[in-house]
Unconditional design. Structure first.
Length: 195
């Protein structure tokens, strides 16, 4: 893997080989964070295939203005930059000004392999703690005809666990790069990084 010139981080980080390795380490931690999401998707597809509306053409989740941590946006930019065919296709892209995500092209995600965690979790059954109890949620399109109380636990993402790990990895990335860990970016920032 190489770091590409579009990384607008700091000259110190780019000159410091150990900092570059550390940044790649943060990216590798983020890659590992995606693995449980992919496993839950596989299990969900296997067990509830007839209920899943998520497919090319369904873009209900792809809204403009959703925000992401710096780690996620720089991770996506790094991976897109290393995917020469995709980087070439996106080079002249002008983000649409409508209400959908600018990377939604012809009702498909143009950056699908490199989409951030939140985009990956859309549509899946998720659980999270509110007060002293767990709540469950799922996309209304994937819920049709499904008994939520009958969901298999291996088909449900624990968002509290994922989010706390994401925050920790983002802090590591921020310590390495000097980017404020509380910053939030839209897909517009990703577009700027890959131009």
């Amino acid at each position: 893997m190489t770091l590409l010139p579009f990384f607008m981080i700091s000259e110190r980080v780019l000159r410091d080989k150990s900092a570059c390795r550390s940044m790649l380490y943060a990216f590798s931690l983020y890659d590992k964070l995606m693995a449980p999401i992919d496993r839950v998707w596989a299990s969900f597809r296997q067990n509830y295939r007839d209920h899943i509306s998520c497919r090319p053409g369904c873009s209900s989740c792809c809204e403009k203005g959703i925000t992401f941590f710096p780690l996620e946006v720089y991770w996506a930019a790094h991976n897109i930059g290393n995917d020469r065919p995709l980087a070439s296709r996106l080079a002249g892209l002008k983000l649409s000004q409508d209400s959908a995500c600018g990377f939604l092209l012809d009702e498909k995600c143009a950056i699908y392999p490199y989409r951030p965690m939140l985009c990956r979790t859309f549509g899946l059954p998720v659980m999270y703690m509110e007060g002293s109890r767990y709540l469950f949620d799922i996309c209304c399109k994937n819920r049709e005809g499904m008994d939520i109380d009958e969901l298999k636990l291996e088909c449900v993402l624990n968002m509290d666990s994922l989010n706390s790990r994401l925050v920790s990895i983002n802090r590591i990335f921020s310590e390495i790069t000097g980017i404020d860990s509380s910053a939030r970016y839209t897909m517009q920032k990703l577009h700027e990084l890959i131009k």
